[in-house]
Design a protein around this ligand. Structure first.
Ligand SMILES: Nc1ncnc2c1ncn2[C@@H]1O[C@H](COP(=O)(O)OP(=O)(O)O)[C@@H](O)[C@H]1O
Ligand SMILES: [Mg+2]
Length: 368
């Protein structure tokens, strides 16, 4: 039988955290983490991600509000009683224990039979491609390798919840991408719930079921990667996730279905309306570089929005060409043009026309 309490493994209710008793670094966090999901906390440095994870792990206490884990309030439960696997930035290994014994440690603590411990440790080391290092000491391997061992140690006892704070930051690109896939597969195979922290938006988008975007201690939006990209709740999310052309203007007409912006150079732009827009207020667009097209002329019937533009720069990326153009009163409008073989005729200084559909742009509240 399922009910809503079963689906939510963790519930943060109005959780606030202040370290100095004056300023809050987490401000009124409400967040439900579903059983079995891969949830990533994404945000710039200093936005409160680690603090949130620390409160969940039990290494920090909320200043106010509460955290419920499987229906129990855990604010006062010490870290080792929470049954949570953790991999934090620079989470140190036990220096006097071999790699194999480090990974075996959580299993010994739980009193598993020796044979099972050996099998599980081998499997965990194999997963991170470090089986040959089992008998080394932590001081005899690199920092990146130590972090992989920390990952194996957090996963080896198959905890219900695993917290990871930028665990792949120290690894080179190839290994990082390999580990991203491994962590994803492990998550799927073990049925564990993962709360993952990163400041790398592409890592967040590719790994997560849902992503919570933090800024300045405030959760901006919690949604699937596709929803964050297609329907950003506010300008911060639109700018932080992917690339965006934040063309600014004043709201001149507004219905629940669409709105019109007037840019500084007098261009009228039709867009979907975001939340809390007001007539006469300032707005900026969420408009992705790949949604802009080169069109035949300003009256192209396929596109509600057309705008004369001047080519500033063309950058060849192989599969697509990146065009930087002056348009709608902005110097740096980014356009990604798929490379279908006919782009060689364009040059810096060319006059072109850009077009996009109303539903490919969203007007979001901007500070004027
Ligand atoms: N132990 C601490 N004591 C005082 N201030 C802290 C402490 N840990 C973090 N902070 C401050 O809290 C804010 C949020 O930090 P943190 O949660 O580490 O952010 P993030 O992980 O998103 O980079 C930062 O301004 C940071 O300087
Ligand atoms: Mg951090």
């Amino acid at each position: 039988m399922t009910n809503s309490a079963d689906e939510d493994l963790i519930i943060f209710s109005n959780v606030k955290k202040s370290y100095d008793g004056e300023s809050y670094v987490v401000r009124g966090l409400n967040l439900n983490i579903r059983r079995g999901e891969f949830l990533t906390l994404l945000g710039p440095s200093g936005s409160g991600k680690t603090t949130t994870l620390m409160m969940l792990a039990g290494f920090e206490t909320p200043t106010s509000g509460q955290i419920v884990f499987e229906g129990r309030q855990i604010d006062s439960l010490p870290p080792h009683k929470r049954g949570i696997g953790v991999v934090f930035q620079n989470y140190a290994l036990f220096p006097h224990m071999s790699i194999a014994n480090n990974v075996a440690f959580p299993l010994r603590m739980r009193g598993l039979p020796r044979q099972e411990i050996e099998a599980r440790v081998l499997k965990a080391l194999d997963m991170i491609r470090m089986k040959d290092f089992a008998q080394r000491m932590p001081g005899q391997i690199s920092g990146g390798q130590q972090q992989r061992i920390a990952l194996a140690r957090a996963l080896v006892f198959e905890p219900k919840l695993v917290l990871m704070d930028e665990p792949l930051g120290a690894l080179d690109k190839q290994l990082r991408e390999h580990m991203q896939l491994e962590i994803r597969h492990l998550h799927a195979d073990l049925g564990i719930t993962v709360v993952y922290v990163t400041h790398d938006q592409s890592e967040a988008l590719t790994m997560s079921d849902r992503v919570g975007v933090f800024n300045d201690g405030v959760m901006q939006q919690v949604a699937t990667p596709a929803t964050l990209y297609e329907e950003p709740a506010n300008l911060f999310v639109a700018q932080f996730i992917g690339e965006n052309n934040a063309i600014t203007g004043v709201v001149r007409s507004l219905t629940p279905q669409r709105c019109t912006l007037e840019t500084a150079d007098g261009t009228l732009i039709h867009a979907l309306p975001g939340e809390a827009l007001v007539l006469g207020g300032a707005a900026a667009l969420a408009l992705r570089p790949e949604r802009l097209r080169l069109v035949g002329g300003v009256n192209d019937p396929e596109f509600e929005n057309t705008c004369p533009a001047t080519v500033q720069e063309l950058i060849y990326h192989g599969g697509h060409v990146r065009l930087r153009a002056k348009a709608c009163g902005h110097e740096d409008i980014l356009v990604n043009i798929p490379n279908t073989g006919n782009i060689s005729g364009m040059h810096k200084g060319d006059e072109i026309v850009l077009g996009w559909r109303c539903e490919d742009s969203r007007a979001l509240v901007a500070s004027s």
